[in-house]
Design a binder for this molecule. Sequence first.
Ligand SMILES: [Zn+2]
Length: 302
Amino acid sequence: MLGNRPATARLAAIVALVFGIVACGAGDQPRSASQPGVAVAQHSSAEPAMSAAARPSPPASPSATPSAPASPSAPPSTPASTKAPADGYNVRPPGTDHGPANSVTRTAGTEVALTFDDGPDPINTPALLQILRENNVKATFCMVGFRVRDRPDLVRQIYADGHTLCNHSWQHLTDLAKRDPAYIDWDLRHTNDMIHAAVGADAPIKYFRAPGGNFTPSLVAKATELGMSSIYWDVDPRDWDHKPDSNHSAHIARVISQIKSQIRQGSIVLSHDNGQPDTIVVYRTLIPWLKQHFTLEGLPTT
Ligand SMILES: [Zn+2]
């Protein structure tokens, strides 16, 4: 099925298949397409189906459950922004808006929240964590349950560095809201259980992001029942969307440009650490600029 594609596309497809890459982006619709209620999208043709590795497996046995780190950093409690509005970038317009099913698109204040989805990724997540560490920036990681199962050590690094934990479902079904309620309940609980198995049962998981942002009222209600706020986004640079005729430099430049043009005070910014090495380059370049214009926070957990 790969035979007629250009060499680069074949390589990308092979890499995607090998690593089971699946981005939020399958359902990350433009804001204008968001509708209250159901906003379920289908897989894009560019997105391979979830690999067998994603299929649910029995919960880890207690003997396999790692203990909590000795002294995990407490999730951040970021003070109110002290950045003065300047040069038009960080002026928050009046009024509020929301994502599908009243999911949250903004932080409660002027702080900007960077969110990274679909990981943890064995290569890109450590690289991103290093960049965030060097810049003393906290972010929010919306993690996929089966990848948490596979790399609990990375979840421990994320938590130990003081970033915020977010449930991004067990296996990134973009039609999760259409599944049987019993499955949905299992999916979200099992993902939380796997995160807790990595970082300890006391670690707060206060946020849920539906795959593709495909929230419905019932899905939001389930997340609420489990103590999680449903977060959408205010800025979506579609960092997963590699144009066929775009090289890495052009892609990186486009993503940076879109973030700079869309971001404002209070934005929740959607990006992906899983399978998106260009996104890591984007943030290596962009974080100093972001720090100049905004106060960055991990979404609060208290
Ligand atoms: Zn996602």
